[in-house]
Write a protein that binds this ligand. Structure first.
Ligand code: 4AZ
Length: 295
């Protein structure tokens, strides 16, 4: 993840503390919009909460770290190596990008939750799960990355805790254009740069489809089930794939995008392209087998 805040500790400090942009103001929260993002009709739900971040444990030992700030963050490891990001959706399912799981051998996939720093294994609360099934969208197109969405079923359900909780789904067809989202991931911090060991976050402005088609991409590449977000130096990058683009209503976080593709990272005119999750809510519902969503 590219983030100008990564470079200077002052700005990182500001980001972590959200100086001058209280979460409610920054995301334009008002009561009406709460229902706007989140009112799902006909979704089988269960008695649990989604979307609550851990704001209060962001700072440890005076250093900004963001430990388990986004407790749905899942690290997908393949053959022992970091592969992609993902988000916990129910106690049984992780949502990620289809391109992250194409051609993978299911038995070699492990998903790690409650992790923060990949290098430190002593963060003992982190747990690992194997995968029993991979549901890629049947219309996923590996050439265009259209319909870049997949669900991974965990071998054993997750018991939610302070550090492991699910994210909320947006309302079907909810359009986040004009909002400021947050991308979270373990991706490179510059194009061709290093993979960080600690999960990063960056705020990205979300464009309308029209705005996105007026950027430097060929306009037909941007389908109605994609979403563009970012600006120069504020972008996702290689390794962030499969991870979430989040939007807060001031109370809870909703996954409005999945990191999918882009030309380079942080380049002028080439925003990050995300799977538009709100278009896939019915698909998600019908593919969650015997697993209910939290509200
Ligand atoms: C990638 O290769 C990738 N700048 C992810 C996101 C973006 C570009 C590339 C968006 O996984």
């Amino acid at each position: 993840m590219l983030n100008e805040f990564v470079r200077t500790s002052k700005f990182l400090f500001d980001t972590i503390f959200r100086i001058g942009s209280g979460v409610s103001n920054a995301f334009g929260y008002d009561a009406d919009e709460d229902t706007d993002i989140n009112e799902n009709i006909n979704i089988k739900t269960c008695d649990c909460d989604c979307g609550f971040s851990n704001e209060e444990i962001r700072i440890v030992g005076g250093k900004p770290t963001g430990v388990n700030q986004y407790p749905w963050m899942a690290r997908i490891v393949y053959d022992g190596k970091f592969h992609c990001g993902g988000s916990l959706l129910t106690k049984d399912y992780v949502i990620t990008a289809a391109h992250c799981v194409k051609k993978l051998r299911r038995s070699k996939i492990r998903i790690i939750f409650g992790d923060h720093d990949q290098q430190i294994t002593s963060e003992s609360q982190a747990i690992q799960r194997a995968v029993t099934s991979i549901t890629k969208h049947k219309s996923f197109d590996p050439d265009t990355y259209n319909n870049d969405i997949a669900l991974l079923r965990l071998r054993k359900p997750i018991v939610f805790s302070k550090i492991i909780k699910p994210v909320c789904l947006p309302r079907y067809n909810y359009d986040p254009a004009g909002r400021i989202g947050t991308v979270v991931g373990w991706g490179r911090t510059s194009e061709g740069g290093e993979l960080p060991s600690i999960v990063n976050q960056v705020k990205v402005p979300i464009m309308s489809i029209t705005e996105c088609r007026n950027q430097k991409y060929k306009s037909t590449r941007i389908t109605s089930t994609m979403l563009c977000a970012g600006k120069p130096s504020m972008d996702s990058c290689q390794g962030d794939s499969g991870g979430p683009l989040l939007l807060s209503n001031g109370v809870k976080f909703f996954i409005v995008g999945i990191v999918s593709w882009g030309v380079g990272c942080g380049r002028e005119g080439y925003p990050g392209v995300y799977t538009r999750v709100s278009k896939f809510v019915p698909w998600i519902q019908s593919n969650l087998e015997n697993s209910c969503l939290c509200t």
